[in-house]
Design a protein around this ligand. Sequence first.
Ligand SMILES: *Cc1c(COP(=O)(O)O)cnc(C)c1O
Length: 349
Amino acid sequence: MNNKKTLPSAFDSVPFGSIFSEHMFVMKWHTDRGWHDAKIQPHQPLQMDPGCINLHYGPSIFEGMKAFRTVGDKHIALFRPREHLTRFNRSARRMCMPEIDVLFVLQKLKELILIDQEWVPASPGTALYIRPTMMAVEKTLNLKVANEFLFFIVLSPVGALYKEGFNPTSIMVSTQYTRASVGGVGDVKTAGNYAACMLAQEEAKAQGFSQVLWLDPLERAYVEEVGAMNIFFVINNELITPPLHGTILPGITRQSIINLAHQRELPITERRISINEVVQRIDDGSLTEMFGTGTAAIVAPVGKLLYKNTIHTIHNNTTGPVAQQFLKALQDIQQGHAADTNGWLDYIT
Ligand SMILES: *Cc1c(COP(=O)(O)O)cnc(C)c1O
């Protein structure tokens, strides 16, 4: 069988997550044996029994990170991979799944990317998206912690970000649904979280909004996240983001922006911020920017916000300077235009 896939002539216009590279990394875990059978193999369908735990009860976790081809020398670098794999282990602990050896998996990931290096796109704004995943594959309908797990990494080249310009999106505040619960799993990347968000997302789309703004689950008063991204506000030239208190995913992009803000001596505060304060400050002009942050979009500005039947427009529905500054700063580091003074890049070649 010939597994060689045809490389697209250009990756620039590939929709996010729609194509995969030629190979994947897999390893298995059994309570009696620990991790075993680690190997790089052609990207291929998985075999699992329809009675396996993951398909019924959902013990499944993942990460999302990126590799970039840096300008000039065209070397390939991973962005903060240790932080991503460490967060993967946090997710594993919360979901009663075995932890991975971060350094071993990082080494295997580098080998995998080297094998599939033609799949790392080079043009500005493109990247190789990396998806480590683990699921419980023991064959039983008994609701219990599994004794068999499958870990894999697949690679997906993604097209250029913001091809049509770095334009704001419109979002709808959900007063009906919440993303996470207190004491729940909103602060880890487990599959079911994303399935549970789809109905709210569809309802926002049906009303012409591209994302959901999530409020806290107890009072529906405080802003938590936007879509599957962390959120930042600029109020009177101060950067504000909600603190991590258990229902917010601790984003690595969020942390990187906080670090950059400190280094640039931009005032940054982690504090709770109510939706009432947000709309009031949009309307009185003191809130000048609002943007989401995450690995996929890096920075995603918000131009319009629907809350209780009123649309509030931010910065004339145009992208503000702070969002632009952080998108540029992160892309410059990731693509090798700026010095990596924080040591966030891990070079493969
Ligand atoms: C992954 C994720 C983020 C962003 O995390 P990054 O590490 O910046 O990619 C934010 N919120 C949710 C719910 C997420 O799943």
